[in-house]
Write a protein that binds this ligand. Structure first.
Ligand code: 4NP
Length: 151
């Protein structure tokens, strides 16, 4: 199973979601390949935001090997799932999706059981607490998404 997490810049939310999904998949012993990308090209080649690196490091998850890239039409053929962090990301993905692609393109927050989390808020212009909240939200959604895939 191949997953692509997508946000705007690919430095805050989607790298964190990638790290969390990889970590939880390893704990479950399932064979999952995860990558992340941004709809915008502002930060291509950069490390994740230092605040995302720090909050995930506190959870024992290292994301410092990741580098930002922009999502491309080929991604819709290479991945089984493309997981958007917010409604704008989803709209931008749908705009560039090639005809006849196989990937399921969805809002990631939709998989949170019982609670309608919807969007994962962009923490970029806020403080450290926003990144902590983002991490907690992504852990819950990721657990429920993996349960959806494997249970
Ligand atoms: P992300 O956060 O989409 O979660 O990576 C952002 C990062 C950078 C910008 C916006 C959002 N930016 O405008 O540069």
């Amino acid at each position: 199973m191949k997953l692509l997490t997508v946000c705007l810049g690919n430095i805050c939310r989607s790298p964190a979601a990638q790290g969390i999904l990889e970590h939880l998949a390893q704990q479950r012993g399932v064979d999952l390949s995860v990558d992340s990308a941004g709809t915008a090209a502002y930060h291509v080649g950069k490390l994740p935001d230092a605040r995302s690196i720090r909050t995930l490091s506190n959870a024992g998850i290292d994301i410092t090997h990741q580098r930002a890239r922009q999502v491309s039409p080929e991604d819709f053929h290479r991945f089984d799932w493309i997981l958007a962090m917010d409604a704008e990301n989803l709209a931008n993905l749908q705009r560039i999706a090639p005809a006849g692609h196989e990937a399921k393109v969805v809002m990631f927050g939709r998989y949170r059981k019982g609670v309608d989390f919807g969007e994962v808020d962009d923490p970029y212009y806020g403080g450290e607490q926003g990144f902590e909240d983002m991490k907690q939200q992504l852990i819950k959604i990721s657990n429920d998404f993996l349960a959806h895939l494997y249970e």
